[in-house]
Design a protein around this ligand. Structure first.
Ligand code: PLP
Length: 427
């Protein structure tokens, strides 16, 4: 039996209709931006394996640091105990996080980092004895698949079975260029009611919504309204963190800084499952009390896992190297040049770019995730040896920073091929 058949017998994959989906492609090895399939085919990982991989697959430096940590201390209960990797990683995160972040709470993935931030925000007001409980979020955002994270995310077809279980959220539109004033008005209307606890947002780029982008200037306006009305702010940097937008965090483009930041994905360079939520002293101090009820009662068995923290430290070493920073700039510049070429082509509605994130929106009937175009483009890219997972009619590139020029050329060539396919109605 092939690996794919064995997989099909026992595994239930995420975001996959198991009845109709093609068998998965078994990947047996990775190196740099390349993934090697069992059948000998290679694929360029142009989506960094769900936006997590920063420095390439099976990176020897991270592998060594992880192996060292595994042989020293693989795990320890994180209540009442601590260890050097978690402490050092938290210290170093605070050094690179937006100004004001001073505490790190570890978890296991992006969704739980968001859960922690929401719990901190809600309990902050309870601990202070102030009746603020509502959360504001962007209407088509994505913050994860756990219940709290789903609640503050778009009411999309994906979450439809659970809508009636989700807490109510004040949704505002994404302030895309030309529509900023509407969003500002919507936020102001909610902010004037005195019961808003927090505003959670994906800074500058809404990933799952289709790499929808908006400016740092309008975000500063939104953050300013929140500050005036004492509304806590949560920057969900799960996707945008660690260099993706051209700066270490998307929040680095802002004049005004958030109260909390959620991180995962690039936190370990795509090697180990780890999440982190940072906050400022204002939040942290509201939980300090002789009254035990004011404790943040949240944690996971693997909270602060030493191996994941060691991977995070190794990834940060690589991220801060001059060479990686140059790669980030180089990819960003190449994306800009490609976007320029593509944007006037037929069937291209818009090309959006922020740093190493590039999105091409094609003209299509309906923008549903379930549309036929997305499936066709996905298969077309695979045939060209490139992994691109369309969000319906939107193709995006978010590569490992070590991607070579030749590999990036192949990715761009594939997108041009898609444009020709659509122009010729060959799908
Ligand atoms: N927040 C944002 C902005 C994301 O893009 C994602 C995942 O795509 C999440 C949260 C959830 O992260 P995870 O898939 O690790 O739970």
């Amino acid at each position: 039996m092939s690996l794919a058949e064995r997989d099909h017998n026992v595994i239930w994959h995420p975001y996959t209709q198991m009845k109709t989906a093609a068998l998965p492609i078994p990947i047996v090895r990775g190196e740099g931006a390349l993934l090697y399939a069992e059948d000998g085919k290679t694929y360029i990982d142009a989506v960094a394996s769900w936006w997590v991989n920063l420095h390439g697959h099976a990176h020897s430096y991270i592998a060594q640091k992880v192996a060292d940590q595994l042989q020293t201390l693989e795990h320890v209960i994180f209540a009442g105990f601590t260890h050097p990797a978690a402490i050092t990683f938290a210290e170093r995160l605070i050094q690179i996080l937006p100004t004001g972040q001073s505490r790190i709470f570890y978890s296991d993935n992006g969704s739980t980092a968001v859960e922690v931030a929401l719990k901190m925000a809600i309990q902050y007001w309870q601990n202070k004895g102030i009746p603020k409980r509502k959360i504001i979020a962007f209407r088509n955002s994505y913050h994860g698949d756990t219940f709290g994270a789903m609640a503050v995310s778009a009411r999309s077809a994906f979450t439809a079975p659970f809508w009636s279980y989700l807490f109510e959220v004040c949704f505002i539109d994404v302030p895309i260029p030309g529509h900023e004033e509407e969003t500002i008005k919507q936020l102001e209307a909610y902010a004037h009611a005195s019961d808003v606890a927090a505003f959670i947002y994906e800074p500058l780029v809404l990933g799952t919504a289709g790499m929808v982008m908006y400016t740092p200037q309008v975000l500063d306006q939104l953050l300013s309204i929140c500050q005036q009305h004492d509304i806590l702010t949560i920057a969900d940097e799960v996707m945008t963190g660690f260099g993706r937008t051209g700066r270490t965090f998307a929040s680095d483009y802002q004049q005004l800084k958030p109260d909390m930041v959620t991180m995962s994905k690039g936190l370990t360079g795509g090697t180990m499952a780890l999440g982190a939520t940072s906050c400022n002293e204002k939040i942290y101090e509201a939980f300090l009390s002789d009254d035990k009820h004011k404790t943040l009662f949240h944690g996971h068995s693997y909270t602060g896992n030493p191996v994941a923290c060691a991977a995070g430290l190794a990834s940060m070493d690589l991220l801060l190297q001059e060479e990686t920073q140059q790669h980030i700039t180089h990819i960003s510049q190449r994306h800009t040049a490609f976007a320029e070429q593509l944007k006037s082509m037929p069937k291209v509605v818009e090309v959006r770019q922020q740093g190493t994130i590039l999105a091409v929106e094609f003209e299509a009937d309906g923008t549903s995730y379930f549309n036929k175009l997305g499936d066709t483009l996905y298969s077309f890219a695979l045939e060209q040896g490139v992994i691109l997972r369309p969000l319906g009619n939107i193709i995006y590139v978010i590569p490992p920073y070590c991607i070579t020029d030749a590999q990036l050329d192949q990715v761009y060539q594939t997108i041009r091929g898609m444009q020709e396919l659509i122009t010729g109605n060959r799908y």
